[in-house]
Design a protein. Structure first.
Length: 336
């Protein structure tokens, strides 16, 4: 693999700005610092906070690109399956059945999944698993849909399925091609994600550009990759709750704003609106509780969404700080 010289890491504290605070009874008890950027569909920077040129590990915000790579490699996914392949899911009964169906299309069993075993995050599914006498299973891991789609793509392309996690596997080479084509950037570093797959460092600006390109592509594009991207966006808009779970931050942004939105671990979130205006956020301490609020406030600050839309999203995000079971403060965005 031809790779650029690895970077030492993401931006430093001195290159970040305060993005949000946690306020309890009028006392600021925590401060989230980080970087964020808002770009237009044409790539013009409309707002930048901190350093949006430094590489970040996008974590699960890479999933739309990874799903596109699976489609480009022969995976056959209907709209529900495509969203679950893009999801950081909760392991609900519906989501886990979808993962099984993706594998079943390639005549593969659950044992072929190489993501770590996990308990379902969904309480109903967890209780059902406990009552059935089973323990954690890979099918319930939040990235299992992505893994299942990759396995189906390996079968379709005649590639070895046992080594699909390897950075030099043909499918991972396809993933890198898709990321670089959609973001317009070269990958600066490679690491291993929590699910065992490679994760590739790009900048917040590149990440935003990739989402903007994906959100604005059309079904009649001359390029198959872009046509697949349009199909993926349609699927996400049709089934927003499958991208994570009902009332999760990215699902709220999809439902309320028609955005292509995805949360990633360690404080990442990207949201691209229909016109291509896109916000990308990285909270430096890795805590993502304020990321969606930061993104939506930034989109409003550049006129991409109006006050009623901002109010609807804020009302659905869990921004209250509670004491004794009642609200006594809030997570408040300070960078806008």
């Amino acid at each position: 693999m031809n790779a650029a010289t690895p970077q030492r890491g993401t931006f430093a504290v001195e290159d970040a700005v305060e993005l949000a605070v946690v306020e309890r009874s009028g006392f600021v008890e925590s401060r989230h610092i980080g970087s964020a950027v808002v770009i237009s569909a044409e790539g013009e920077v409309l707002r930048e906070l901190g350093d949006s040129h430094a590489p970040v590990l996008p974590r699960s915000t890479l999933k739309p690109f990874q799903a596109l790579a699976s489609l480009a490699s022969g995976a056959q996914l209907n709209s529900v399956e495509l969203v679950v392949a893009t999801a950081s899911h909760r392991g609900t009964v519906e989501q886990s059945k979808t993962v099984r169906r993706i594998l079943g299309k390639a005549r593969l069993g659950l044992s072929t999944l190489k993501c770590p075993p996990a308990w379902p995050d969904d309480l109903e599914a967890r209780n059902e698993l406990v009552l059935s006498g089973h323990g954690p299973m890979a099918v319930f891991m939040e990235c299992s849909g992505k893994h299942a789609a990759m396995l189906q793509a390996c079968v379709a392309s005649g590639w070895d399925r046992d080594s699909y996690l390897d950075v030099d596997h043909p499918l991972q080479e396809r993933v890198r091609e898709v990321i670089q084509r959609m973001t317009g950037e070269h990958i600066s570093s490679t690491a291993i994600d929590g699910c065992g797959l490679p994760v590739y460092a790009i900048t917040l600006q590149g990440l935003a550009a990739g989402y903007a390109r994906m959100r604005t592509t059309k079904h009649d594009s001359p390029w198959p990759l872009y046509r697949d991207a349009a199909t993926l966006v349609d699927a996400v808009l049709e089934h927003p709750h499958l991208i994570s779970g009902r009332d999760r931050p990215d699902a709220v942004l999809i439902e309320e704003l028609g955005a292509l939105a995805k949360v990633g671990a360690e404080g990442l979130l990207v949201a691209a609106l229909e016109d291509g205006t896109t916000a990308a956020v990285k909270v430096l301490d890795g805590n993502g509780r304020a990321a969606a609020a930061i993104a939506v406030e930034l989109l409003a600050s550049v006129g991409a969404i109006d006050a009623p839309a901002l109010a609807r999203v804020r009302a659905r995000l869990d921004l209250a700080v509670r004491g004794g079971g009642v609200p006594v403060g809030e997570i408040r965005v300070t960078a806008v």
